[in-house]
Design a binder for this molecule. Structure first.
Ligand code: ZN
Length: 422
């Protein structure tokens, strides 16, 4: 995940606390003081070495985008070992199981993603140096899967009974090319569609890190095709390279104000075959992002409108005696925009628990699995799973294991999960 912006939150003024918020805070206090929560935290401490062990086991099973199957199979055995019910892998590869509550009409989903950004063949052997555990993908998001397994076992061991079912999911497709296909399937097609009341996604990070807004994006690969020819012999005919250059220039001249964290990028330009050939094909990939669905649409509309103009321009400027320039724009990624309001139950519970634990809160906008429910109006947050990692998406990625600090954060997250299922 990539953080775009963050804000430190102030302390709520006591005089503004409403009756509902008071009841909320009362529930939180009651649960944190309960015998069962005490037992759950004790279990987490005893199980901590397993979190580290399973983080290593999972990390060493490669899970490149679209190749999460092997890791998914292992994760399924871990879910089965916790005693969850209805453990299964769905059509797209999401691995999940139910922690049964008293009511079954609605479900809280708690997820961490199976996929990493690293291609097949990457060395994923974990190297340990003191309390640093280094391997590509170990933090984002593998450690959260292991934390989730321990959290489920702690719930089971302490016999905590929730009001609603909790669906624990190791989902596919969070990273770039995956295009959130795991969560999209879960919310739009899967068997829990329409039943999900709220959603928590864990990513590596400290307790208190809250992603409450989803940056949307739209991505294209655009191919420009032409007749091609000899650079000398066919000089004067149309070239797809010039059409693409024109399109890129027009794109950078977007006439509207770029507000609400709206950005654009031409990431890959490629094509042609040799220095003395007029290319017959060139292409580019383009990324547009925004925290506003409207602003993203306006930028997208503008981009789509300049492509035929750039092509027309080239066809009128140079000779089309050997053929014309054409283009094809393929959408290669689309992530919806969303936000979870601070007066929602999920935010109030999360804020309340973190504050009780004394964690400074910071909220940020990012592109995560929570984008999908947020865009559908389903309350969702992405939270730090309690173990911090560094150099995400780089071969130098590492985790820092600090048992006491990690356990405190994981316990806080367990309370957030339970309170959101009540
Ligand atoms: Zn991630």
């Amino acid at each position: 995940m990539k953080t775009i912006s963050s804000f430190l939150l102030g302390v709520t003024c006591a005089s503004l606390v409403s009756g509902a918020a008071f009841a909320q805070s009362n529930n939180t206090n009651k649960f944190l003081a309960s015998k069962q929560f005490g037992e759950a935290t004790k279990y987490l401490a005893e199980d901590f070495d397993n979190i580290v062990k399973e983080t290593i086991n999972l990390t060493e099973i490669p899970a490149p985008p679209f190749k999460e199957t092997e890791r998914g199979k292992y994760f399924q055995t871990l879910l089965q070992s916790t005693g969850l019910e209805e453990v299964e892998t769905d059509t797209v590869g999401n691995v999940m199981g139910l922690y049964k509550g008293k009511k079954h009409d609605k479900v809280l989903v708690v997820a961490a993603h199976l996929d990493t950004v690293f291609p097949a063949g990457t060395d994923v052997k974990v190297k340990i140096d003191g309390n640093k555990y280094k391997a590509p993908g170990i933090g984002d998001d593998t450690v959260s899967l292991a934390v989730m397994v321990s959290l489920i076992k702690a719930l089971k061991a302490s016999g905590i009974q929730t009001q609603y079912d909790i669906l624990f999911v190791g989902n596919v497709g969070e990273e770039g090319p995956g295009n959130l296909r795991g969560t999209k399937y879960l919310f739009n097609e899967g068997k829990y569609k329409g039943k999900i009341k709220s959603f928590i996604s864990f990513e590596p990070g400290a307790a208190g890190d809250i992603t409450d807004a989803g940056i949307g994006s739209k991505r294209y690969k655009v191919d420009f095709n032409g007749p091609g020819g000899h650079s000398f012999g066919d000089f004067g005919i149309v070239s797809p390279a010039y059409a693409m250059a024109d399109a890129i220039t027009k794109f950078t001249e977007y006439p509207k104000e770029l507000k609400n964290q709206t950005t654009y990028n031409v990431g890959i330009v490629e094509g042609g075959t040799s220095v003395n050939s007029i290319p017959f094909k060139v292409s580019m990939t383009v990324d547009m992002r925004s925290a506003s669905a409207d602003d993203l649409k306006q930028l997208d509309d503008y981009f789509v409108s300049i492509l035929p103009k750039a092509v027309e321009n080239e066809n009128s400027k140079r000779s089309t005696r050997k053929g014309e320039i054409s283009y094809k724009a393929n959408i290669i990624g689309e992530r919806p925009v969303g936000k979870t309001a601070h007066d929602t139950e999920i935010f109030k519970i999360t804020e309340g628990v973190y504050k009780k634990y004394g964690y400074p809160l910071s909220t940020s906008a990012s592109s995560t699995d929570s984008n999908v429910p947020m865009s559908l109006g389903i309350p969702a947050l992405t939270l730090g799973s309690g173990i911090e990692s560094f150099n995400a998406h780089s071969p130098e990625e590492y985790l820092v294991i600090e048992k006491e600090k990690n356990l405190k954060a994981i316990a806080a997250n367990l309370a957030i999960v339970v309170l959101n299922a009540n």
